[in-house]
Design a protein around this ligand. Sequence first.
Ligand SMILES: [Zn+2]
Length: 79
Amino acid sequence: MLRRKMHVVSDWTRGRHNAVVGQRAPIMTGDGDTDHVCAICETTLIASMRIEQVRDLVLKCPRCGTINEVLDTAAAVQY
Ligand SMILES: [Zn+2]
C-alpha cells in the first residue's frame, strides 16, 4: 500500500474542484493501491484509491477541518 499526503487548500472557493465534505474518515474508499491522508492530522481521508481516480478532488477533513486537495506532485510513501 502507498500513502500520500494531501495538500492544504488555502482558497476553498476557487471553483475548479468538486468539494467533498464527509462526516467521518475515510470519506471515500476504493480498491486501489494508495491511501490519501490529511495534510495536517494525517487522518486517512481516501482509502485505497489510485491517484488517477482522485486527482484534483478536494475534501474537508472531518477530524481537524482542514480542506485538502489531491495533487499528484506529492511523494507517495510505501508502507
Ligand atoms: Zn485532518
